[in-house]
Design a protein around this ligand. Structure first.
Ligand code: GLY
Ligand code: MN
Ligand code: MN
Length: 425
């Protein structure tokens, strides 16, 4: 509200329930921005902020109490609960929104609202504003500007508070332990979904609401499909398995990838690729420092990967040529990381200054993943057969701090000898 200034109103709708099939819905997940600002957990809600409004600056619209609906679908805070339990200054039933909200907008010069995510509400809001405009000769002041609200909230979310980091460390710890469970249990003949089940059991057992994204368990060449979520195949002796999975704990995501041998021992070829990815990840993590730009870890990881691929004769030419021409993209086709927070690909700009954009600098309290990988497609005829079908990614969650990078996911090993030891123990 301090950033918005007086004479403004912010309108923030919550998430909707989504039908899975006929009478069943996907588990409800609140909109991250609404959750971030209010903690209000229910569907059909809306938060309003009006700095300086004497009758109350923070308003919630939500479902009314309804005894019969509550018997079927569960507790509702109702407007009273929105005030007593969520700190709203004022609260109203969502069914009264059309009568109340236009009056709250009237007289405000600036409306903070993000167009595009709620098409029905966009239309409604524009109609209200036009209606206010039509009355302007009668002395009613119409808003002069609609300003993107999301961008302001996203820039707040990109810097995590001490409390948020505490929650994220817990998400990282639970997720790391889940990966350890999969490492210890894995053996040839198991199915990918069985490792998924072990991992997600650990999430649930430790109180995490759900996976933060669909868990990826890819054996053998399935590891080369970046968003492989079928997880139906059998794990073969001699293959690697790539697991990319993290829980959502109290609204915050973890995001971990480990790639390990199904039978507990890396082959020479697997080791050779793994060493490159691990080295590239370590140098990229080292580059996650205050004052470095967001792109530096990527560039560092890229240099190590290209050097390594040239050494193994998987890439031809010089390091500079490969980077300039992009020939490495056949093996490393994604960037090294992304912001992490309430969303797995979290909010926040990566570049600054619009048109002449440049990569932004790291600041204390930012959290990024570092996840380089090398993927050699099974049908890549340009490389010797022994390399084909190997896909390796290693991913950890890193906090930018004054004294350097901190990994929140170091609870699961990534050194070859440590992984082999854990698998054989
Ligand atoms: N698991 C999604 C990602 O690593 O970006
Ligand atoms: Mn991931
Ligand atoms: Mn990631």
């Amino acid at each position: 509200m301090r950033q918005m200034g007086e004479g403004s109103i912010a309108i923030l709708p919550g998430a909707h329930e989504v039908v899975r099939s006929r009478d069943t819905h996907y588990p409800f997940r609140q909109d991250s921005n609404l959750d971030y600002l209010t903690g209000f957990p229910e569907p059909e809600s809306m938060a309003i902020f009006i700095p300086g409004r004497p009758q109350g600056e923070f308003i919630i619209f939500c479902r009314d109490k309804d005894r019969s609906r509550e018997i079927w679908d569960g507790f509702r805070a109702g407007p009273e609960g929105a005030q007593s339990d969520y700190g709203a200054d004022d609260a109203f039933p969502i069914s009264d929104m059309d009568d109340i909200l236009p009056g709250l907008i009237e007289g405000r010069e600036k409306v903070y609202y993000s167009m595009g995510s709620h098409p029905d509400f966009d239309t409604k809001l524009l109609n209200w504003i036009n209606h206010i405009r039509a009355q302007s000769r009668a002395g009613v002041l119409p808003p002069g500007e609609i300003i993107d609200l999301e961008h302001m909230i996203h820039e707040m979310r990109v810097i995590k508070s001490t409390a948020e980091l505490g929650t994220m460390r817990k998400a990282g710890k639970i997720s790391a332990e889940a990966h350890c469970k999969a490492l210890r249990a894995c053996k040839p003949g198991m199915f990918e979904y069985q490792l998924q089940a072990l991992i997600e059991h650990e999430f649930a057992d430790k109180g995490a609401a759900a996976p933060a994204y669909s868990s990826i368990v890819g054996g053998g060449q399935n590891a080369c499909i970046l968003h492989y979520i079928e997880n139906r195949a059998q794990l073969k002796d001699g293959d690697l398995v790539l697991i990319d999975a993290g829980c959502e704990y109290q609204g915050y995501a973890a995001d971990i990838t480990r790639t390990f041998p199904v039978n507990g021992r890396y082959s020479d070829e697997q080791k050779a690729i793994y060493d490159i990815v691990l080295e590239s990840q370590k140098v990229a993590i080292e580059a996650c420092r205050i004052g470095n730009t967001y792109n530096q870890p990527h560039e560092e990881s890229l240099r190590v990967i290209v050097e390594g691929l040239i050494e193994l004769k998987l890439l031809k030419g010089s390091v500079e040529e490969s980077i300039e021409k992009g020939s490495y993209k056949e093996f490393y086709m994604h960037r090294v990381g992304h912001w992490l927070g309430m969303d797995v690909h979290d909010a926040g700009d990566y570049k600054v200054d619009g048109a002449d954009s440049s990569w932004r600098e790291f600041e204390s309290g930012m959290v990024t993943t570092v996840e380089p990988g090398i993927y050699i497609h099974a049908d890549n005829k340009k490389v010797a057969a022994k390399w084909r079908g190997i896909g390796i990614r290693i991913e950890d969650d890193i906090v930018i701090k004054k004294n350097g990078p901190e990994s929140m996911t170091s609870g699961v090993p990534k050194e070859i000898d440590e992984i082999e030891h854990l698998m054989q123990a």
